[in-house]
Design a protein. Structure first.
Length: 260
């Protein structure tokens, strides 16, 4: 991150397509000035978690730190919205580095897509038929035939999102783990998922894809009619988020484990 000493950082402001977020952006630009994201030392994202994920994806290769202010619903990845004192908040902000997932998905026509996911990679049935998926980890078969609505692999940052809704575990940021979580598993009935080392390679093979089609999604990017999906950590990508000390992401994730 650029040094925040006597020289104010160059800021870029991105916002959700709501009137509230757009008005906030305009006020902040007038107050602090702005450059394009390509020229910025810090990108300030105004919206909800969806906007934050979009900003992270859009600026992934620039490695520009992103500081979010919540103007959405949940705002798990964002700080409280306040207009005054932004430069001071940025100077005191703590950095959190996230490593996303890489999904390599092959469809039934043999085409391959390479997509990055910050929260999770998920497979979901595309018809009324239950999906059948074989699960292998690091080249070793673990579940030869999982009957389910789907399955997902979540990062620690994403473990409180879709993964939690599917009754998966919440992972502290420093745990060095990924969550492998079934979605409405029918057989084996008692399998509730697994915790994997973060460097694991997960291979998901769709069984009977013609009768039981499956789609794969990496965050908001969906690939239809997949037959095989491989998921690994994208170790060549580092994403930097900035948080106010009182809104530390590690503390938020820990707190989620105790909320009723």
């Amino acid at each position: 991150m650029a040094s925040l000493n006597s020289t104010a950082p160059r800021l870029a402001f991105v916002c959700a397509p709501t009137s509230t977020a757009r008005a906030a952006r305009d006020r902040l630009v007038r107050r602090y000035g702005a450059v394009s994201p390509a020229q910025a030392d810090i990108i300030v994202a105004l919206g909800g978690d969806g906007l934050m994920l979009q900003a992270l994806h859009s600026n992934m290769r620039r490695r520009t730190p992103i500081y979010g202010m919540n103007l959405g619903t949940v705002g798990f990845l964002l700080n409280t919205y306040k207009e005054p004192g932004l430069l001071q908040r940025l100077k005191k902000a703590r950095q959190v580095t996230l490593t996303p997932l890489r999904m390599v998905a092959t469809n039934n026509r043999g085409k391959t897509a390479d997509v990055i996911a910050i929260n999770e990679v998920s497979l979901l049935r595309s018809s009324r038929q239950t999906a059948r998926i074989a699960v292998a980890v690091d080249g070793r078969p673990r579940l030869p035939d999982l009957y389910c609505d789907g399955i997902l692999v979540a990062t620690p940052a994403g473990s409180t999102a879709y993964n939690l809704s599917a009754h998966g575990p919440i992972l502290p940021l420093g745990a060095g783990l990924l969550a492998l979580t079934p979605i409405n598993a029918f057989r084996p009935r008692r399998w509730r998922g697994a915790l994997l080392p973060h460097h694991s390679e997960v291979e998901l093979t769709v069984l009977d894809p013609r009768k039981r089609p499956v789609a794969a999604a990496a965050d908001s990017v969906e690939i239809a009619n997949v037959v095989k999906v491989t998921i690994t950590e994208a170790t060549d990508i580092a994403l930097t988020l900035l948080f106010d000390p009182e809104h530390d992401l590690e503390e938020r994730i820990l707190k989620e484990q105790f909320d009723p």
